[in-house]
Write a protein that binds this ligand. Structure first.
Ligand SMILES: NCc1[nH]cc(CCC(=O)O)c1CC(=O)O
Length: 306
């Protein structure tokens, strides 16, 4: 094997969904601005093929990310861009999270033709979401809601709302903004009513640990504050072993120069809710510390119960 020619394009693997394409195009654009040529390589993942049931029924973590990681390990691509919240915390040997670009909106949005807040929804309103995290936080605040599964990409979910199947749906603000659909946001759901998934709103840029040229290019896109925040969120997730499907929310952010982390764990019916918050300088240690406080209060039993 010879060293790659300096200036050879970085092969960037992406899923084909419009959101994934937007994310890949954004990263490619940023890299090209820095003088790094990029070639985009589309990859089909299990999560894109199996659109039939709720995403949890596919039964494994990382349905959207595995095929791309495989291509990265196999050296078919050099760089992967993920929605960080879809990337499992379990490390893949030989790969590393090389960068987390500046995070945009971190929270969840309510999209509804009938109400402009969770509290404003009529009694028994039908709300669509496929996420345990969203369902349990919705039910915690509004046990009367009829929360139903909704599957498919962001555009498909909006179409199901528009067809009258639901009174409201909940989507990540970041996804709607990236797709140019911010005008569909009825209201931001406040963080005291719903905490985001670990990594939500942040991109995860992954490459091979031994590929120093691509690592250096990726590092140009890194935002230290975002990286620290998502590291704390993911450390808490890993400690709680909830996986991406858990009824768990986590939000790291800097306040007065300190990293603050809030984590919530709920039972599936939303009846039981454990919340802990902490501050610290070491993101990894902070995530573990907040998670351990939740575990001491019985979080493991909550996450296991289905
Ligand atoms: N699991 C699907 C997914 N993965 C990333 C986003 C949105 C973008 C983000 O959170 O970074 C979405 C859609 C949604 O949750 O509404």
């Amino acid at each position: 094997m010879t060293e790659p020619v300096v200036g050879a394009p970085i092969r960037l693997g992406t899923r084909g969904s419009r959101l994934a394409r937007w994310q890949a195009d954004w990263v490619a654009g940023e890299l090209q601005k820095q003088g790094c040529p990029v070639e985009i390589v589309p990859i089909v993942t299990e999560g894109d093929v199996q659109q039939a049931g709720p995403v949890e029924a596919i039964g494994s973590q990382g349905v959207f990310t595995k095929a791309i990681q495989r291509a990265l390990v196999a050296r078919e691509i050099d760089l992967a861009v993920h929605s960080l919240k879809d990337l499992p915390t379990a490390p893949v040997p030989g790969l590393m999270l090389a960068a987390a670009p500046p995070r945009e909106a971190v929270g969840d949005a309510l999209v509804s033709p009938v109400a402009d807040s969770l509290d404003g929804l009529p009694p028994g309103a039908r709300v669509g979401t496929g996420s345990r995290r969203r369902r349990s936080q919705l039910l915690h605040r509004r046990p009367d809601l009829r929360v139903g599964d909704i599957r498919g990409n962001v555009e498909t979910r909006l179409a199901k709302l528009d067809s009258g199947e639901f009174d409201a749906i909940v989507l990540a603000q970041a996804g709607l903004q990236r797709l140019g659909l911010a005008d569909r946001i009825t209201a931001q759901i406040p963080s005291d009513q719903m905490l985001p998934a670990p990594g939500q709103g942040s991109l995860g840029i992954e490459c091979r640990a031994d590929d120093s040229a691509t690592r250096a290019a990726a590092a140009l896109l890194d935002c230290a504050a975002t990286h620290a925040a998502v590291t704390a969120e993911r450390a808490a997730l890993a400690r709680l072993e909830g996986g991406c499907m858990a009824a768990l929310g986590a939000w790291g952010r800097f306040q007065g120069g300190r990293l603050l982390l809030s984590v919530v764990v709920l039972s599936d019916d939303g009846q039981r809710r454990l919340f802990e918050e902490g501050a610290g300088d070491d993101p990894q240690a902070l995530g573990v510390e907040v998670a351990d406080r939740l575990l001491a209060r019985g979080a493991a039993q909550l996450l296991r119960a289905r």
